[in-house]
Design a protein around this ligand. Sequence first.
Ligand code: GLV
Ligand code: MN
Ligand code: MN
Length: 409
Amino acid sequence: MGRDASAVMRRCEVLGSISDEPDRLTRPFASDAMRRAHEQVGAWMREAGMSQSRDNIGNLRGRYEGAGGATATLLLGSHLDSVRDAGRYDGPLGVLVAIAVVQGLHDRGIRLPYAVEVVAFADEEGLRYGTTYLGSKALAGTFDNADLDRTDAAGVTMAEAIRTFGGDPGRIAGDRWGGGDLLGYVEVHIEQGPVLEVRGVPVGVVSAIAGQSRYQMIFTGEAAHAGTTPMDLRKDALVAASVFVQSVADYADSQAGLVATVGQLAVQPGAANVVPGEVTLSLDIRHADDAVRIESAETLIDLASNIARHRGIALTAAGISENATVSSSPRLTSVLVQAVQDLGHPAVQLASGAGHDAVVMAGLTEIAMLFVRCKGGVSHNPAESVAEADVAVAIEVLDRFLELLAGES
Ligand code: GLV
Ligand code: MN
Ligand code: MN
């Protein structure tokens, strides 16, 4: 049980119902829903013959030892946190396909010449604290302790959230990989875009992951009475922010390959009869060429400053995270291409516009990624959908990849 695609699909459904909100899937970092997801995924890891542990940041890790004398480890994984009102496959699919492949080894009594460790990362999306990749940063040894002081929407610091979840925020440095030689990190993930569907193939091999920058911007005007304050005497922070939101879309439209998004907007004080005094918004900017992304970020922040200045509004812009474009390992990618071809599929290679834990893991070891076709390219949406037959291909490809790697090591 657990190896076949139908079991993976069922498990995605089970995890899809483990949420902090009653009618939609929202599973933030270090949440109660994450605790319940860990109980379930931990049980599946043990069933697949893995020893299971959790580190301080809250990554769940399952280890399947190699044959006697094996010293190196191959890391597999993806994340268990979600966006708000998420689909069921972004993250969990990669974790569950990896567990399914290990289950297959366990069922057949196979030990590889290397250990396999499956990591279910704690936070890829950044929903709770705005910063992405908390789990992979801890494992790669690049976690920034300054992030521990960040607060969530309820005012809970990250340090407090980690403590409540059972970790020790003072010992995150100890989460860094310390298990000896690594062969690499391989992540299976839904594509989250339309390319594989258009090309008519079940899986694709990722060539690179586009860089991204995230900012938090605060427009500060003056809250005032909506009935008594004449239009020309207002300092309406939301009007300024709205002009900026439109400018972001217009600018991104005008630059080939650039995508820029304002996805969060918090209006204060937030009442029908009060002119908005303060708006906090998020800005997410991505481009496969780092130089274009960096220049675009500067241009957009200048634009925001100009819009704010003309309206007598103050502006602060703080960088929340920045990741350069990451290339996949040529060595691991060629093994993955071979595995796809061995199963009789064309090896389509594509770049990822979405961010993945593999971005951060590239700082620790070589990385490769396998994308699974998804319906209509829809993601970050409850309508996210993958076909069981495509999941079966992903399981077979990953299994073949492990076999080919065993032949090399
Ligand atoms: C993760 O899903 C991201 O690309 O934002
Ligand atoms: Mn996502
Ligand atoms: Mn993801």
